[in-house]
Design a binder for this molecule. Structure first.
Ligand code: NAI
Length: 406
């Protein structure tokens, strides 16, 4: 491995809370403002062991094939669509992300929208901006005592449940898994029951085949007359044209939408939404999780995963590599981190090579997923480089890294 000027390249203005964690582990950081692409990206990746990106940098199969020294990618964000995860695994490159650091941010925005929709705050504000004084209590409600229906009771849904109860709301939820209620929340037997009983429905499910158009014309019809809908989950979950029809017919009283079936890739692209211009509809540009606090937490969380991977080989919570939780390497031991194709016989070949050097294997860890196997061996000091070279040049080897005593 060449001695590069830095260990990790951080792109796209990753929050500085990553730096302290990485520096404490002795890692040298290089930064580039914004994302990189094309030849410039390939050139920078060729001289780094690890890279940190957010959602803009595209790490395609072609790009990764040219990043021969890259060991680890930190996605300092929630999604990992910008990385070809399969290609990364084929090269033994470990990918981490931060799936839950912005849970609280989404929950708080949803709470704000629940109140704003009940009071028609956006309508009133828009009208006053246009010079209309419209003081009236009609169709304005307190949220206390109203029923909130949460669809998807995972990290975000369950947090909203707690916050909504503290405002005096009744909480119902529906999840495909049998999840425990928080506080006094009640599980509904099915989605239909939740839709029929809720004054406001908020969606917090993932994007799957099963959640595509989970809310369409039939589901909107089952909702209470005048009830409101919030979608801060994924754009595919709601049929927006059916929602527009229901809003125009006033069978649905309001909506807040943060996510869309197709979203612009940058802030400079114009955006048209089928719900634009309707009363009591809050439209936001996928900002549910976008707070400075979330960015800070994401940076710290991913930096910790990278630092542990670099120091020990731990791949816990990687999105593409077999997960192995490793203890700190004993100071007098060599640790061999070996990614190889998952075919029979590799382990015995590795054992034979080490046995020939009359060195003890003191600990061994193994995990496989599909075609990939990750083996970690702690052993005594190996004389010379012969054993390591032979391990690295096994036909099945994808990538090998060695942590040595100082
Ligand atoms: P999570 O994985 O913790 O919870 C999702 C829950 O939905 C799980 O309990 C799951 O069993 C349940 N579920 C799956 N399919 C279902 C179905 N058909 N019906 C009912 N329940 C179902 O996920 P988390 O972190 O709570 O995120 C929820 C959604 O929020 C995701 O789509 C995520 O992408 C989105 N999100 C949006 C953000 C934004 O900026 N607007 C930021 C962060 C997350």
């Amino acid at each position: 491995m060449p001695n590069f000027e830095s260990d990790i390249l951080l792109l796209e203005s990753i929050h500085s809370s990553a730096d302290g964690v990485l520096i404490d582990e002795g890692l040298r950081i290089a930064r580039a403002v914004g994302s990189l692409e094309g030849d410039e990206l390939v050139a920078r990746l060729a001289t780094t062991r690890m890279v940190g990106i957010r959602s803009k940098t595209q790490l395609t199969r072609e790009t990764l094939a040219q990043a021969s020294h890259l060991q680890c990618i930190g996605c300092f964000c929630i999604g990992t669509n910008q990385v070809d995860l399969e290609a990364a695994a084929e090269h033994g490159i470990t990918v981490f992300n931060s799936p839950f650091s912005n849970t609280r941010s989404v929950a708080e925005m949803t709470l704000a929208e629940i109140i704003a929709l009940h009071r028609r705050l956006f309508d009133r504000s828009m009208r006053l901006h246009q010079g209309h004084w419209d003081k009236s209590a009609t169709a304005a409600h307190e949220v206390r005592g109203r029923t909130l229906g949460i669809v998807g009771y995972g990290h975000i849904g369950s947090q909203i449940s707690v916050l909504a109860e503290s405002l005096g709301m009744r909480v119902l939820y529906h999840d495909i898994l049998p999840v425990m209620p928080m506080g006094n929340a009640r599980a509904c037997s099915d989605l239909g029951e939740l839709l029929e009983r809720s004054d406001i429905v908020t969606l917090h499910v993932p994007e799957t085949e099963g959640t595509r158009h989970l809310i369409g014309a039939a589901e909107l019809e089952r909702m209470k007359p005048g009830a409101a809908l919030i979608n801060n989950a994924r754009g595919s979950v709601v049929d927006l044209s059916a929602l527009r029809t229901a809003l125009e017919a006033r069978t649905i009283g309001g909506a807040a939408i943060d996510v869309y079936p197709e979203e612009p890739r940058s802030n400079t692209v114009d955006f048209e939404c089928p719900l634009a211009g309707l009363d009591n509809v809050i439209l936001t540009p996928h900002i549910g999780g976008s707070t400075e606090e979330a960015q800070e937490q994401i940076a710290a969380e991913v930096a910790v995963k990278i630092a542990r991977f670099d120091a020990t080989g731990t791949t816990t919570s990687s999105v593409n590599i077999p997960e192995v939780e490793l203890p700190v390497r004993p100071p007098d031991q060599v640790r061999i981190l070996h990614f190889h194709r998952n075919v029979p016989g590799v382990l015995s070949k590795m054992h034979a090579i080490i046995a020939e050097h009359e060195v003890n294997i003191t600990a061994e860890y193994l995990r496989t997923t599909g075609g990939l196997s990750y083996v970690i061996m702690d052993c005594g000091r190996l004389k010379g480089t012969d054993a390591l070279q032979r391990l690295e040049s096994l036909d099945e080897t994808i990538r090998m890294r060695v942590l040595r005593p100082d």
